[in-house]
Write a protein that binds this ligand. Structure first.
Ligand SMILES: [Zn+2]
Length: 131
């Protein structure tokens, strides 16, 4: 079953939506955050893993750690798309206080929140662990 890249929920089918200029496939509930786009006939492309992007993200999160300036990256990217912290929190269904602590570097976002922030803001919050 495909996994929603935003909330991590497994869903029978993912809906293609446009969110902050990026086209992603999400579950029904996350699709409400974006604009639905026309779903084209799904062709299996060679070289495109059948595991889907959700599984790729999970695999990529192993052996990674948060970048030192993850909080600054989030607030900078958020301001870049013209969202207040409250608006972003509402959009990703999180408490504004949680987002504030994350942006201040007081708290590392959990897996689901990290994913939502990375997808919506188009940023990377993790990097490969250094030895
Ligand atoms: Zn979702």
């Amino acid at each position: 079953m495909p996994e929603c890249p935003l909330c991590g929920k497994r869903s029978d089918r993912l809906v293609k939506v446009e969110l902050e200029g990026a086209t992603i496939e999400t579950c029904d509930s996350c699709a409400r955050m974006g604009t639905r786009v026309e779903v084209k006939v799904h062709r299996h492309m060679p070289g495109y893993g059948s595991a889907g992007s959700g599984a790729d993200i999970v695999a990529a999160s192993a052996g990674t750690e948060f970048v030192a300036d993850y909080g600054a990256r989030i607030s900078k990217a958020r301001e870049g798309v013209g969202l207040t912290r409250e608006e972003l929190a509402t959009r990703i269904n999180e408490q504004e206080s949680v987002l504030r602590r994350v942006e201040h570097g007081e708290m590392e976002p959990d897996k689901s929140l990290t994913r939502k922030l990375e997808v919506i803001l188009g940023i990377t919050l993790r990097e490969a662990k250094k030895e």
